[in-house]
Design a protein around this ligand. Structure first.
Ligand code: NDP
Length: 237
């Protein structure tokens, strides 16, 4: 059954690849980005899938931008089935020591990776609630696993993703009685601007896996931290 799927941060990287993958499987995609006009990839998909792709400008760190996106989207899609919170930032170099890291990196990471996601979830939950199988997929990271942390890198990014995991679990508990499935999902180490050239898989490989997992999500998965193929992340949170 085709879904209507809203994705954030679709102008490049995993978000763009996931948009293409879902469209190729017959789904309708609402592809949001803070600067969609700059994305050749999105423009190509608009030409290829004019019936099934809607591109909407949305900066997840701005109340006004999210509000305006909701107004635009609700008119055409009153009951989207899936929200994929993909947009994120990695503000630091990654190898900064605890005593050296600029505290501004924490603010930047939390502003987008945590508060931005909460803002978007709150904005679209009333619409999702009208779907027959509403799902929210918060793209997290193995770096957000507290119990798996055994290096000292990525202080700001990894703490923001750990916080995102907690947002996921808390919201999942609140919305379980309403039948809204909310999960955190790790996309793997992916060759994007964020993942870098040494990463293990392409955005297309990650996207194909994520798309299959989204299709199989039900309320029994809610509050779980999943790998891209739908298996449980080990050793958990
Ligand atoms: P990229 O850096 O390649 O892309 C990030 C995307 O997020 C861009 O489209 C960017 O848009 C968008 N974005 C950032 N801030 C905002 C904002 N305020 N509003 C709207 N869009 C925004 O990252 P990836 O594609 O690699 O990452 C996608 C997701 O996967 C992220 O959540 C990331 O944390 C996660 N992840 C990635 C891994 C990897 O190996 N690549 C590993 C683990 C997790 P713009 O071009 O405008 O900046």
């Amino acid at each position: 059954m085709p879904d209507t799927i809203l994705i954030t941060g679709t102008n490049r990287g995993i978000g763009l690849a996931l948009t293409g993958e879902l469209l190729s499987k017959g789904h309708t995609v609402i592809a949001t980005a803070r600067n969609p006009a700059s994305s050749k990839g999105l423009q190509e998909l608009e030409v290829k899938y004019p019936e099934h792709l809607s591109v909407v400008k949305m900066d997840i760190s701005s109340d006004a931008s999210v509000k305006s996106a909701v107004a635009e989207i609700v008119a055409k899609f009153p009951a989207p089935d899936v929200l994929v919170n993909n947009a994120a930032v990695f503000p630091e170099e990654g190898d900064e020591r605890f005593m050296e890291i600029d505290l501004a990196h924490f603010r930047t990471a939390f502003e987008t990776n945590v508060i931005g996601v909460v803002r978007v979830m709150r904005a679209f939950l009333p619409l999702l609630a009208k779907s027959r199988n509403p799902r929210i997929v918060n793209i997290s990271s193995g770096a957000g696993s507290v119990s798996d942390k055994d290096d000292s890198g990525y202080f700001a990014y990894s703490t923001s993703k750990a916080a995102l995991n907690m947002v996921t679990r808390a919201a999942a508990a609140e919305y379980k009685p309403d039948g809204i499935t909310i999960v955190a999902l790790s996309p793997g180490w992916v060759k994007t601007d964020m993942g870098g050239p040494n990463a293990l898989i392409t955005p297309e490989e990650s996207a194909a896996s994520i798309a299959r997992t989204i299709a199989g999500l039900t309320i029994k998965h809610t509050s779980h931290f999943l790998d891209r193929d739908g298996t449980e992340m080990k050793p958990g949170w």
